[in-house]
Design a protein around this ligand. Structure first.
Ligand SMILES: Nc1ncnc2c1ncn2[C@@H]1O[C@H](COP(=O)(O)OP(=O)(O)OP(=O)(O)O)[C@@H](O)[C@H]1O
Ligand SMILES: [Mg+2]
Length: 473
């Protein structure tokens, strides 16, 4: 009998899977593989298939010996590409465990970063990086995420409002900042972070009755299970109901080598759209933060910087753009933006991290957009020769299953997913129009002016007809 393949590797400019394998690898895993095949700088790792998620539930929450073996082998291959070993005391590799469904469920499931930090690996990483502050910052983040996702949510614990372990730890950190008069997390010193991590562990034991695992392998397998279980988290279930996503699809798990945007002033993290998702302008649009890890961009603790000069807003006009602060990296990212659009023939929503001046790509997917932007992009992309007219018309009137619930993707601030990858939307042309809402009317559609090409005019007429037909049907 043919052996079932449970794990697909990616990174080092090669991959076992590809972009077409969404069903098995989930959208994130498939695109990480595709970007690797395109030769883009993707931190190496592997994807555990969606079938393993189903298997995990069938086994009542367990792993087959085959999966354990396949993961161990894939981890070895990852270590080889990255030149570091997971759990090593001298130069430890750290990984993230990332969810990834077949159909995009933005921010609805969980991710754990910095897995592999424990008392055995902490001193080695400090010695290797010469940066204790960075190491303890990564450690406190791991403790916060792991206790929240794996030790609380995945265990089905439902704390009272405001009493979740993550909220308790957040408050402890805030109290420290208040005591010291710090405005930003980056002001907390290495020693303070070290103490904080110890206090976190004590609180976790008190509240959850279990020790935070001080072992890299235990953290890895705990995280894999935590991500599988996040498929059945409340947010995910509700999102599936609204979007009509079958419950038995399961999520893949992407185990990926960590890259660090929080290593100092030459490191950063950001999210971007290859075009403006609000009005469709063909301008690279996004946000980034220096010396930060993924979650910080959307956590609202610091105002993110604009990506470039052309898209500065009232809120961030005095902050440095990536284009001016790191021109070389920006150029490389802009090149990747163009290649991704050409390859996927659509607007892309991307996540990236810069570690000590080196760019790493962490995600790409087709970006959500307003109805207005969908029209503008469709017209422009036909003009640019990126897509044909038929595709353009289809894009403007997508089937309902690909539409995105506005209600869900712009949740009230308190319930906003911690890891929502969304860039805060730029000001919209029509105030009533919200990001991610599907096109409804043509009242605010771009009108072809005298300078518009004949193909654009023709396309707009076609789109008008399709939308009118839909609105009367
Ligand atoms: N290996 C890694 N190195 C550095 N940053 C990472 C790594 N893995 C994930 N991240 C960052 O952590 C954040 C959360 O990751 P992830 O993309 O898995 O979840 P999400 O963005 O919250 O949700 P979604 O499933 O919609 O993408 C993102 O900013 C991502 O770029
Ligand atoms: Mg993401």
């Amino acid at each position: 009998m043919e052996k079932k393949k449970r794990v697909y590797r990616f990174g080092g400019k090669t991959a076992e899977g590809d972009g077409k394998m969404r069903e098995l690898l989930g959208g994130k895993g498939a695109n990480l593989a595709e970007m690797s095949l395109l030769g883009m700088p993707v931190p190496a790792g592997f994807t555990i298939t969606t079938e393993c998620c189903t298997e995990y539930y069938r086994l009542g929450g367990g792993y087959t010996p085959e999966l354990r073996k396949d993961v161990a082998e894939a981890l070895k291959a990852t270590e080889k590409i990255m030149g570091k070993k997971f759990g090593d005391e001298n130069d430890p590799l750290l990984v993230s465990c990332r969810s990834g469904a077949r159909s995009s469920m933005p921010g609805m499931m969980d991710t754990i970063l910095n897995i592999g930090l424990c008392s055995k690996t902490l001193p080695g990483l400090i010695k290797k990086t010469g940066n204790p502050r960075f190491v303890y910052d990564a450690y406190r983040r791991l403790i916060m995420m792991y206790s929240d996702v794996v030790m609380e949510k995945a265990e089905g614990i439902e704390p009272e409002d405001g009493q979740g372990i993550r909220q308790q730890l957040d408050r402890m950190m805030q109290e420290l900042k208040d005591r010291k008069g710090y405005k930003s997390d980056t002001e907390i010193t290495a020693d303070e972070l070290k103490d904080l991590a110890e206090q976190f562990k004590v609180r976790i034991k008190e509240v959850l009755g279990v020790e935070f695992p001080d072992d890299a392998q235990a953290q890895l397998w705990g995280s894999i299970g935590g991500v599988f279980k996040s498929w059945n988290g409340k947010r995910a279930i509700r999102y599936r109901q609204i979007e009509h996503i079958p419950d038995d699809w399961g999520t893949a798990v992407n185990v990926q080598s960590m890259v660090f945007g929080n290593m100092g002033e030459t490191s950063a993290t950001g999210v971007a759209f290859s075009r403006n998702p609000a009005n469709g302008d063909n301008k690279f649009y996004g946000e980034w933060l220096i010396n930060a890890q993924g979650e910080d961009v959307v956590a609202g603790i610091r105002t993110p910087n604009p990506l470039n000069e052309a898209t500065k807003s009232e809120k961030n006009k005095n902050l440095a753009s990536l284009e001016t602060a790191m021109p070389e990296v920006y150029k490389e990212l802009d090149g990747i933006r163009t290649r991704l659009e050409e390859h996927f023939q659509d607007m892309q929503d991307i996540e990236f991290t810069i570690q000590e001046g080196k760019l790493w790509m962490l995600q790409c997917r087709i970006g959500k957009r307003t109805g207005l932007a969908a029209l503008q992009m469709a017209v422009d992309m036909v003009d640019e020769g990126l897509i044909d007219e038929k595709t353009a018309v289809m894009r403007v009137a997508p089937p309902s299953s690909t539409r995105c619930s506005t209600r869900f993707l712009t949740p009230p601030p308190k319930k906003r997913p911690r890891f929502s990858p969304r860039v805060s939307p730029p000001p919209l042309a029509a105030p009533s129009e919200r990001l991610y809402s599907p096109p409804r009317t043509l009242s605010n559609a771009p009108r072809p002016d005298a300078s518009a090409s004949s193909s654009a005019r023709r396309l707009l007429r076609k789109i008008s007809t399709v939308c009118t037909l839909r609105s009367v049907s």
